[in-house]
Design a protein around this ligand. Sequence first.
Ligand code: ADP
Length: 252
Amino acid sequence: MGMKMDIELIDKNGLRIDGRKPEELRPIKIEAGVLKRADGSAYVEWGKNKILAAVYGPREAHPRHLQKSNKAIVQVRYNMAPFSVGDRKRPGPDRRSVEISKITSEALEHVVMTELFPRSSIDVFIEVLQANAGTRCAGLTAASVALADAGIPMKDLVVGVASGKVDDVVVLDLGKEEDNYGQADVPMGYIPRTGEIVLLQMDGDMTQEELFKAMEMSMDAAKYIYGLQKEALRKRYEMIAREETEEIEGVQ
Ligand code: ADP
């Protein structure tokens, strides 16, 4: 962010480096229930990002000193595969992944009804298979669907989406070049139904007016992404219902 380079991010027609308009998202696909062994799972393709989320639990929290007597903890491990970026990434946790895990956990604890499961842990694994900017938002969006797929009681789904500023223009959902050479990136975790913001970060800088414009763009986009999340879950439930009907019919 903020590296000043002679690279044009907005062309003379007002379009972005990948041809998008300022308020346009990258293409997003969401699928629920993609893993057999996890209690819940989701797969998200968001532009060139490819992200898997798997959920286990609620189960007894280990080690025991992590247990909270009145509620469950939501433990998140965000991990980037070594092959997820151009240069092979050193495997294992680093400062960035520890930070993303923490903010994702905090965002999810706002929606999971943790008070129903004292002393338990709900474990969320976010595996970035391919990264191209915006993985924390795509990861949060995927994790939220995976939690719902696991049947974990939640107040609502959370959407992760970012907006920012490139070439002095406020834009939605920064791509890789925009992230590298732009002026600001503002990832947000948002609950469209209630209007709650459960995550807000800013890398780079922009004026207050620009920030509000960016946030509004994200909130609008979040409504659309929320629709994709619900659609993915609806398809998943339909499939389970169909499988169960077939099983019953198979017995007769
Ligand atoms: P986010 O993925 O949420 O936008 P960052 O802003 O920290 O998080 O990272 C932006 C992008 O930079 C990532 O999506 C990824 O494409 C790339 N990136 C992050 N970490 C590494 C790394 N260790 N090696 C190579 N590229 C990386």
